[in-house]
Design a protein around this ligand. Structure first.
Ligand SMILES: [Zn+2]
Length: 485
């Protein structure tokens, strides 16, 4: 790709991180070269030269910037990020080691302000959220796999008391610890899950039922049915959206009778994701009000972003849904699933596995009305997932900055797709799907703009919602639609 000088200069002024690695900016007056996203003061255009590599910039006599570390970036290493990832792994491994945020800050070796900023940048979380998530994850594994008494288990996970554990668990998981243990046990086939007070149920129903031609999910008489794989096994999940609390049940498909594997914990994770239960709404609603933008969240303060059942589902959709209208995208998804998925009954299919899409040929998808680039991206990316070159499940445990860089390096994934996958499939809290028409229309309505903002304007306008830009996106999507009935 050849980029013009004015174009690259505009990316530099915008501080656009999506161009990091695609070119380096050298400044004649300072003798320094940088990444396009560098936060250093912007040079005048006549003083800037662009270089394809760090080597080329050094050959021209320039030195690497000490703020943005372009050489580290080019090598694929970022020492600060690696420190943060090591620390996050340590918390996951030993959540009880860190009594509170000051203990974590101390262990990190960074100053408090810097550490908060690094957590936000690399994990889209506050340090307190980082600790809490690790504690809850540890407690869930212990509940599902041991008979340890609740009080001991809470203490082992780092909670200061049984009642604090109980409260956090119930709020984020929709079930009590005891109920979670029961649903995760062998032989369980259902559970009741509590929604937060004032949860906008009608928005959930609209989100879950929005694809009228789906062969994997459907709402019928207030019951959402989903066919998916859970721990690689084919499962049909039913979620009764009319009851309070909601009731989820599941059955194994296509398997001979015999001892049933315990799938409850994994089904609970899928259902919790669909409901967006782990997402913190209060700080964002408070931020919107502080900005004088309470109208963004009014009437749906408890709105969450529904997560896709699997990461691969989100990835497929991010490619299928690029740059075409929704009804056509739904049709394409259905045709792909009918072609590469597995039929489980009259009108239900299991979504295709990465291997099944990888085994297709571009020529198989053209008659289904996929464009040639879309077909080749789908197949190429599925091959990378199937071969293990793109390990999707590992992404959820990596830093947001590493995931973003990995996904932007995949052919066929642009900024929209990357942020869409990060937000809807991996659950990162501070993403903006740049170029999304719904976000653009929402911002236009929210700020009373005469036209829909372009990428740079979108990035600028969305900056005020950091670190909750994923939830801001969910609300912006609603802003130009009528309220659901
Ligand atoms: Zn720099």
């Amino acid at each position: 790709m050849r980029l013009s000088h004015p174009y690259m200069y505009a990316r530099l002024v915008a501080g656009d991180p999506t161009y990091n690695g695609q070119f380096f900016t050298g400044v004649r007056t300072t003798g320094i070269y940088c990444l396009p996203s560098c936060k250093a003061r912007k040079p005048k255009p006549e003083n800037v030269d662009f270089y394809p590599t760090c080597e080329a910039a050094r050959a021209a006599g320039l030195r690497a910037c000490r703020k943005c570390h372009p050489d580290d970036y080019a090598r694929g290493s970022d020492p600060v990020r690696e420190d943060m990832e090591t620390l996050a792994a340590e918390i996951r491994e030993n959540p009880a080691w860190f009594a509170d945020v000051p203990a974590l800050v101390k262990r990190s070796g960074f100053g408090t302000t810097r550490f908060f900023e690094l957590c936000r940048q690399h994990f889209h979380l506050t340090p307190a959220e980082l600790i809490l998530r690790s504690r809850l994850a540890r407690a869930k594994v212990s509940l599902a796999t041991t008979n340890t008494k609740l009080a001991d288990l809470a203490f082992d996970a780092g909670f200061e008391s049984l009642s604090v554990f109980h409260e956090h668990f119930r709020r984020s998981q929709g079930v009590t610890p005891a109920a979670y243990r029961a649903l995760a046990a062998a032989g369980a086939a259902g559970f009741a899950i509590e929604l937060p007070p004032a949860y906008p149920r009608a928005h959930l129903v609209r989100a879950l039922g929005r694809d009228p031609v789906s062969v994997t999910e459907r709402i019928d008489q207030g019951v959402f049915t989903l066919v998916t794989r859970v721990d690689t096994l084919p499962v049909k999940i039913r979620l009764d959206l009319r009851s309070d609390p909601l009731v989820a049940t599941w059955e194994l498909l296509l398997t001979p009778s015999g001892p049933q594997p315990a799938l409850g914990a994994a089904v609970h994770a899928v259902v919790g994701g669909l409901l967006g239960l782990g997402q913190e709404t209060v700080p964002f609603v408070r931020l919107a009000a502080k900005l004088g933008l309470a109208r963004l969240t009014a009437g749906r303060e408890e709105l969450r972003l529904s997560q896709t059942p699997t990461v691969f589902d989100g990835l497929l959709w991010s490619i299928i849904g690029q740059q075409i209208n929704l009804p056509f995208a739904y049709q394409l998804r259905r045709r792909l699933f009918e072609r590469a998925g597995q039929r489980v009954s009259e009108d239900w299919y299991l979504p295709p596995t990465p291997a099944a899409v990888a085994a297709l040929d571009v020529a198989d998808l053209l008659p289904l009305k996929f464009s040639r680039p879309k077909a080749s991206y789908l197949i190429e990316i599925s091959r990378q997932v199937a071969s293990g070159a793109l390990p999707l499940d590992a992404l959820a445990l990596q830093s947001a900055t590493r995931v973003e860089r990995t996904l932007l390096g995949v052919r066929g994934l642009g900024p929209w797709s990357v942020n869409y996958v990060m937000m809807r499939a991996l659950g990162f809290a501070d993403c903006v799907p740049l170029g999304d028409t719904g976000v653009g229309s929402g911002l236009q309505a929210l700020f009373g703009l005469t036209e829909r903002p372009d990428h740079d304007a979108t990035r600028r306008l969305m900056a005020v919602f950091s670190p909750y830009r994923s939830l801001a996106t969910a609300h912006l999507w609603q802003l130009t639609q009528p309220a659901p009935t």
